[in-house]
Design a protein around this ligand. Sequence first.
Ligand SMILES: *Cc1c(COP(=O)(O)O)cnc(C)c1O
Length: 382
Amino acid sequence: MRNIPFGKPMIGAEERQSVLEVLNGTTLVHGPRVTRFEASFSEFSGAPHSVAVSSCTAGLHLFYLAIGVGAGDEVIVPAQTHVATAHAIEFCGAKPVFVDVLNHTGNIDPAGVEAAVTERTRAISVVHFLGVPVDMDLILSIADTHGLLVVEDCALAIGARYKNLHVGLHGDVGCFSFYPVKHITTAEGGIVITRDQDFAEKIATLRAFGVNRHHGERKIAGDYDVPLLGYNYRMNEIEAAIGLEQIKKLPEFLKLRKQNFTYLEQKLVDCRNISFFTNENEKCQSSYYCFSILLEGKLLNKREEIIQFLNNKGIGTSIYYPKAVPMMKYYKKKYGYSGEEFPNASRISEQTISLPVGPHLNLEDMQYMANHVTQALKIAEN
Ligand SMILES: *Cc1c(COP(=O)(O)O)cnc(C)c1O
């Protein structure tokens, strides 16, 4: 039997060596590695500005702080995403206005976005679900019409491109995650990218207490003031050291993900009672986060049985995401949802199984997985 975890951090000798160098030195925070990591990320993504932070959630929160979102304001978000996408709005006392997603991609429905705009709307938050870019032209045109800002939650979409431009650079800012199961990791960590220098500077100030002059800029110790209420959302040197090695490996990781994804798609295409999300098209290049199958017909509501079968064979699975965000207790209670409002998000959360395609898996792993998934589906059909 094979052991195929859903996600496995790809930490090698290079990461270990780099972390040791940090630990053997004197600078754990406010050092050169964070700056170098930001430069590497800018080079990879083509972003004019990159600001490393402690998590993707912190990055999203900092964006809302930077634009002054607060009580009485609304931000439009997809109903099918990580809770962090909505939490960051709640942190500011503003209201996340959930919009259902498209059945074939899991991305926010542009028609729903248009319908959700009110006088209180300040911004639109989009999530490139499982790494497939949102149709940004449609979102940007709605934002333009109503004078709204756009934030891209790119936690699953590093390497994804829309019309050949990296995701995160279409809206006002893009936020990425380096949590262990994402494409690359720094243990905990995130980064905000933007074309706008003012946003970059404001977010950089807010990530470190609102201090106006960081260590390298002070002529004498203590030569700083605090014009803003900032947070402590910095990335540290240990995390940046890991990130600097990870980003060198990212092109290879992305290639392997695509290879594994394509293999699985070809092997499962003839299975009955399942369908797949639309992945790439002429405008969209995916980051191939994972391979999700949607159960249909005779396989509806057979998810637990299928997952159990796969787990028994050593195959790890995941669910993106196990409940539509407005159906999570906190939101359901606070905003009084009945449970019927977001049928596509609910269907995706209830009837999909996500399979791993990460660079920790080789061709034999993929063959093993394809065979057992095929078998599991056949058994569950009857
Ligand atoms: C993982 C994830 C986050 C949270 O990222 P952290 O770095 O853990 O804060 C946010 N949004 C989406 C879509 C995610 O998948």
